[in-house]
Design a protein around this ligand. Sequence first.
Ligand SMILES: Cc1cc2nc3c(=O)[nH]c(=O)nc-3n(C[C@H](O)[C@H](O)[C@H](O)COP(=O)(O)OP(=O)(O)OC[C@H]3O[C@@H](n4cnc5c(N)ncnc54)[C@H](O)[C@@H]3O)c2cc1C
Length: 385
Amino acid sequence: MFDYLIVGAGFAGSVLAERLAAGAGKRVVVVDRRPHIAGNAYDHYDDAGVLVHKYGPHIFHTNSREVFEYLSRFTAWRPYEHRVLASVDGQLLPIPINLDTVNRLYGLGLTALELEQFFAARAEKVEPVRTSEDVIVSRVGRELYAKFFRNYTRKQWGLDPAELDASVTARVPVRCNRDDRYFDDTYQAMPKHGYTRLFERMLAHPNIKVMLNTDYRDIAGEIGYREMIYTGPVDEFFDHRHGKLPYRSLRFHHETYDQAVYQPAPVVNYPNQHLYTRVTEFKYLTGQEHAKTSVVYEYPCDDGDPYYPVPRPENAELYRRYKALADATPGVHFTGRLATYRYYNMDQVVAQALTLYARLCQRSGADAPRTDDHGRDPRVLSAAS
Ligand SMILES: Cc1cc2nc3c(=O)[nH]c(=O)nc-3n(C[C@H](O)[C@H](O)[C@H](O)COP(=O)(O)OP(=O)(O)OC[C@H]3O[C@@H](n4cnc5c(N)ncnc54)[C@H](O)[C@@H]3O)c2cc1C
């Protein structure tokens, strides 16, 4: 008899498995219908021997010391600050937009103060700021919006930014200095030996059994367990009773080139050309040295694996109906990005899983977590970032 059946071996399921097994002495079985652990963070060596991310580039960044320290139990890190260039008007320019982006695009020599004035002179007053278009146009004006954001967003989402929630473009900052880092989080690093290795170490506990190539519905009736932790799509759990929750998907086209370097940055965005949105060259991310190089092209599409929940009010309303069903389902805990229909970064999913673990432990005194293997009470880990 298992204490928990955990559906999904991504960050949500694996963190919970590790905590429940190592922190609370529970017996858990983790099932995933894919042939590998690590969920969307899965990486592997391709035929040429280059370490690649199967489901697109995964860059780790967080402001949460707790999350970083927790994951550090399972991996050493390689310091890494992510940088992206955008192909606009025949040039490769830094994105997020910064001082160099504007100066190089227009052949100017503005200072940081002058750039602030440049933006202010072009920004359009929009109130209230509701859509993704509003966010950018009210900050930098319509021309930069058109060059860097409008077509990229249309390609990525199949919708005009004017039809999308403000949250989509609000994630991308605009800077008046020369800082060209894509993220400004306190902790920015990549797992030194890759994500899959990190997951292998997380799941290597005698109380954890992992079953791959297994849909939970095929085995749920055959194995004994007390409770379920479900990290798959919430609408699927309820047989799409209220209809399908819309997702945007991606087709990944992986290529290996017989040259050491393919492009001048880890990621090049193509807002206005091509059907793909961006190209990632993995060796920048992993630090691997190799005579060949591997890249991935991302083609947004409607059909395929569920990657990005589409942030529109009617979808949030549909999710609320599924959440009501989930809340009324005893013995099943819904967590992770698919089960809560939210785009979360990896660190947010880890924080969410640690919070659920603390809640499960607090339900009864008998179930209280033991001090973990590092002598700390795991309940101090809180959701953050
Ligand atoms: C293209 C892309 C790029 C990203 N880049 C970044 C990044 O740079 N930085 C960052 O922090 N985050 C990034 N993310 C987000 C990151 O992938 C997620 O935060 C993380 O994978 C979420 O973990 P999870 O466990 O919730 O979900 P998942 O990793 O999706 O794991 C869920 C697992 O459940 C399994 N499953 C579902 N249903 C069933 C079933 N019925 N039976 C058995 N198994 C089932 C699935 O096979 C899957 O393996 C990116 C996401 C995408 C799509």
